[in-house]
Design a protein around this ligand. Sequence first.
Ligand code: UGA
Length: 435
Amino acid sequence: MKIAVAGTGYVGLVTGACLAYKGHKVVCLDVDTNKIERLRSGDPVIYEAGLEEILHKCIADKTISFTTDYKEAYKDADAIFVGVGTPDKKDGSVNLSYINSVADQIAESLEKDALVIIKSTVPLGTSDRIESRINSNTKNGVKVELASNPEFLAQGTAVQNTLHPNRIIIGVKSAKSEKILQEIYKDFDAPKLVVKRHSAEMIKYASNDFLALKISYVNEIANLCELTGADIDEVTKGMGYDPRIGSSFLKAGTGYGGSCFPKDTKALHWMSNIRGHELKTVRAAIDVNEGQKLVLIKKAHHYFDNFKDVNIAVLGLTFKPGTDDLREAPSLSCIPYLLDDGAKIKAWDPVGEANFRKFYPNELTYCKTIEETLEEADICFIFTEWPEICNMDVKEFARRMKKPLVLDGRNCFKLKDIKDKGVLYLSIGRAPIKG
Ligand code: UGA
């Protein structure tokens, strides 16, 4: 079976690489010539654990190839996965221009019938619309059928999530399409759920929004813990024993970021609103998260009226560890505010620096080590729970900082470990540690 994959971002590239790794013949397509050149040479372009190794193996085995030539990629493909971006617009709705242009290129190129499989997160009903769009533009009676096969990979663990998924959702309208997808995924050991296309599209949004909701709920409880003397780590541990709740996605912090939860909560809320039905729980998750991203600044304001000439150390820039992605990262909500206020910022991140420099090339000092970042700082903000931070010697705060005030947005340290280390330590949903 010849498989083409449109888009070489997180979704498209990881999907293509993992399918090739499982032995399928895959051609990955992108409009970006420079990216395609780099991929051909084995450079994965994005930072994702295990991806480079898989890519090298598939290139050596000749199971994967890369091209910018969409006609070549699509003309005789049996299955075409669509993994291009679906960014949000200002009003929360989804920008489908990339999906539409892939659809038009498929219609222009196809010389035989094919299955087009949407991996990207798309609004409900997109499979129907794209199927009509392609079929009304193909030549010589060529016909496509659309399938919805949402991805559930998380950045940082994308390869593992794709090779060992917890479920594979097959949203199809015919047995013929199901057969093709069952064949593609035959070597993937995971439950396969065959559903209507609309349900498949909804499963993706409902899953992401539920996880976002869980996080916002726990963040609200964490904020209440601070007011009542309860400890969020103890509370979530106690909650997590209940299998009806589960212990994952109960980590309180300075809000969720990334390319998915912020976008998908706004999109589902918007889709619901235009049908005259407000999703109030999702609205609440969005609002709570906006506030939570600034929670460390609020805490810092208890000690500083403004941040003019305050020396600030920032540990962690990315929206979570294991990725160089900064999209919707809390650091990007807080650092501009601190800079506008006149703060002097030094920052450290093991892989996010290059991307952060694109926004702020000269406005802050980028450091190579945590120790150098902390030198002479008045406040330290922790935005990402990188292992290097969680495993650091906490005595370094008092050793290096001028006035060791540490604002930990990811609860990186156990309170007992930071006690008596000469630090004023404020985290999320836990008692402050003084001294
Ligand atoms: C998320 C989902 O987890 C994937 O299943 C989904 O496929 C993906 O979106 C997508 O739609 O493409 P991702 O955004 O990569 O994946 O990362 P997550 O690990 O889910 O984390 C998202 C945000 O939630 C991060 O900012 C993280 O710090 C935060 N988070 C996560 C918490 O604040 N607390 C938690 O307990 C868990």
